[in-house]
Write a protein that binds this ligand. Structure first.
Ligand code: HEC
Length: 391
């Protein structure tokens, strides 16, 4: 199945599932739980299986097509008396012959918060608060580096997982929230992880999950040199010339370059292709295009986490954020020019042909590494999925 078709199927199922929740909520059958409409059913669609098993995805698509066809046949049968019986028989045959998927692949057990979405917006300040909560409540088992080798880990029924790989992206965030809040147990019903619900508020749990994600992103970059999974720019209040935006989320739609200034770091000139957001310690008299308004310590700590470096090493780093808000490229201190190698979050799908036009021609004319990088970034968008669902 082509990636576009699979994405279409996942998006359709996601919308249907969200729509069902909204409908049940409107009917009073899905009351609010932890600030959002709860999921009242015992199962949800297992999008993660559709992503890993192409044969299963084809069967789901085939059955949806058959069910749609049968509905059309039945509608015609209702309207057209003379053909009613043959058409109804045909509709039933289509339904019987449809390649129905196995239900243990189609559905996964659900909890009340399965479809919940994090309300934090991945804010820098929340990530830093989440780090403090992690150090207080989670480190003894999960370890300072998140690999699951904390001092208490050897005594546990089960070894904690390494939280630095793709694990967090494979889960629905609402289910991670539930597990951290309520705790986990193994198949035999023996508790494996205690719930943090009595120690942490809902907001703190969402923040700890943001911290884990930022930290995992940084470790991924350190180990493999790439962000295998898309990561957002930590959100922060900003102040821009001409009052262009008050929040970094208000810059989505434009490309953004984040520059960390500091002693001995060459100032970076504005560039019409990107909005330049300068964090860190500014040289006297400079007037950058945008500047964080949030607590600079929080901003720097959050950036250091996603880069997988100590905050003291930040000055001189640059990051490029694409028009949909994903961190895509990293420039290391002391590097004179950008090149396509700095694109550390790449598309997993086949790239589209790079667009011709003004960008391409100026790139060729100028031999400019940044231009080539921007072109490639725009031509190869990335998408985030969580637990298989688009996000
Ligand atoms: C007493 C030890 C212990 C503490 C404290 C602890 N965990 Fe865990 N955690 C575990 C173990 C063990 C597992 C694996 C459980 C399993 O798979 O059944 C786990 C699993 C997880 C997972 C993976 C869930 C999944 O979907 O696979 C996450 C995320 C997590 N913990 C986050 C946290 C956070 C956040 C805290 C602090 C608020 C925390 N843990 C505190 C032991 C602990």
């Amino acid at each position: 199945m082509s990636p576009e078709l699979l994405n279409g199927l996942l998006e359709g199922l996601h919308a249907a599932q969200q729509g069902l929740r909204a409908l049940l909520h409107a009917l009073g059958l899905a009351p609010e739980v932890h600030g959002q409409p709860g999921w009242p059913l015992a199962h949800r669609i297992a999008a993660e299986m559709l992503v890993v098993d192409a044969g299963h995805a084809r069967r789901v698509l085939g059955s949806l097509a058959c069910a749609g066809g049968a509905l059309v046949l039945l509608a015609v049968a209702l309207a057209w008396r003379r053909a009613r019986w043959p058409l109804s028989a045909l509709a039933i045959t289509v339904l019987v012959l449809a390649p129905w998927p196995q239900d243990h692949l189609l559905l996964a057990p659900a909890v009340a918060t399965s479809l919940h979405q994090s309300p934090t917006g991945f804010a820098a300040a929340g990530i830093v608060r989440g780090q403090a909560a992690y150090q207080q409540h989670c480190v003894r088992c999960h370890g300072t580096d998140g690999r699951g080798e904390g001092p208490d880990a050897p005594q546990l029924v089960q070894w904690p997982p390494n939280l630095n790989g793709a694990l967090l992206w494979k889960r629905l965030e609402g289910e991670l929230f539930w597990r951290v809040r309520e705790g986990m147990h193994n198949r035999a019903g023996v508790p494996t992880m205690p719930g943090a619900g009595s120690a942490l508020s809902d907001a703190q749990i969402w923040e700890v999950l943001d911290y884990l994600q930022a930290h995992a992103a940084g470790q991924m970059l350190r180990e493999s040199g790439t962000w295998d999974r898309p990561v957002r720019l930590p959100a922060m209040a900003v102040q821009c010339r001409q009052g262009r935006a008050r929040q970094s989320s208000g810059l989505v739609g434009q490309r953004v370059r984040v520059v960390v200034a500091g002693p001995g770091v060459q100032p970076v000139a504005d560039d019409p292709r990107l909005v330049t957001l300068v964090a860190g310690t500014l040289p006297a008299g400079s007037d950058p295009e945008c500047r964080p308004q949030a607590d600079m310590h929080d901003v720097e700590q959050a950036l250091a986490l996603v880069l997988g470096i100590p905050a003291a090493e930040l000055p001189g780093y640059q990051l490029i954020v694409d028009r949909t808000g994903w961190l895509r490229a990293r420039g290391q201190p002391g590097k004179a020019a950008w090149s396509e190698d700095d694109l550390v979050c790449r598309s997993t799908t086949v790239p589209r042909a790079p667009p011709d036009g003004p960008v391409a021609t100026t790139a060729a004319a100028q031999g400019d590494g940044l231009e080539a990088l921007i072109r490639r970034m725009d031509a190869e968008p990335v998408r985030l999925t969580r637990g298989g669902f688009p996000h």
